[in-house]
Write a protein that binds this ligand. Structure first.
Ligand SMILES: Cc1cc2nc3c(=O)[nH]c(=O)nc-3n(C[C@H](O)[C@H](O)[C@H](O)COP(=O)(O)O)c2cc1C
Length: 202
């Protein structure tokens, strides 16, 4: 079957792309509003772009033609924190995707603990095993009103990693137990791994 995205409604394009591009890592993004309210929400159209300089990106769609809190906060403070979601945090991550009004902090709703960051105004999630403090570099906008999507590009200016996860300067993935997002409401664990050496490597 051949599929032409041009002729499909937005919802179907979304269903297809999220069923094809998987598993996706989850950026659990903490920010602060101009009113000082801490915000937290998950985004899985998320990836790294380059490691030197350390740059990542995530995409934030509009909601019924209106900006999501995360985008509004990033535009205002020019920073954000990406927190990693492990298996123990899955439920609370999902809870933070609910549509709370802007004046409600997802930290309070879920009982999560905001910690001050070192180099940015956005807080980080104490319960998360890894926090990446990011400075906004650029926002690219796609689509047409009211269905616009903003691609947030940011540079990691500081990372916090729980000591137990580090082994010889790298992350022990089997201990991290990160989760990924699949299509619909499905998620995956990262425990079913296999190793494959690159051609030519010892
Ligand atoms: C696992 C997961 C991944 C998500 N990924 C995205 C995404 O990539 N882009 C997006 O706009 N919304 C995504 N959402 C929905 C947002 O989290 C949701 O709209 C949230 O309410 C936004 O919160 P805010 O208004 O506080 O920024 C995702 C939700 C879940 C549960």
């Amino acid at each position: 079957m051949k599929i032409d995205f041009d002729n499909l409604p937005r919802r179907e394009c979304y269903q297809l792309m999220t069923g094809i591009i998987l598993p996706r890592p989850i950026a659990w993004v903490s920010t602060v509003g101009e009113d000082g309210i801490f915000n937290l929400a998950p985004f899985s159209f998320f990836t790294g772009i380059t490691s030197k300089p350390p740059i990542l990106c995530l995409s934030i769609g509009s909601r019924r033609g209106r900006q999501k809190d995360t985008l509004r906060n990033i535009e205002s403070t020019k920073d954000f924190v990406v927190n990693v979601v492990d298996e123990t945090l899955a439920e609370r991550m999902n809870q933070t995707s609910a549509e709370y009004p802007s004046y409600v902090s997802e930290f309070k709703e879920t009982g999560l603990t905001p910690l001050p960051s070192d180099k940015v105004r956005s807080p980080r999630v104490a319960e998360s095993p890894i926090n990446m403090e990011c400075q906004l570099l650029k926002i690219l906008e796609f689509g047409e009103n009211p269905n616009t999507t903003s691609l947030i590009i940011g540079q990691i200016v500081r990372a916090h990693v729980k000591d137990a996860l580090l082994r010889d300067g790298t992350i022990d993935i089997s201990k991290l137990k990160a989760i990924g997002r699949l299509g619909d409401d499905l998620y995956c664990r990262t425990q079913d791994m296999f190793e494959m050496k690159r051609p030519g490597s010892p």
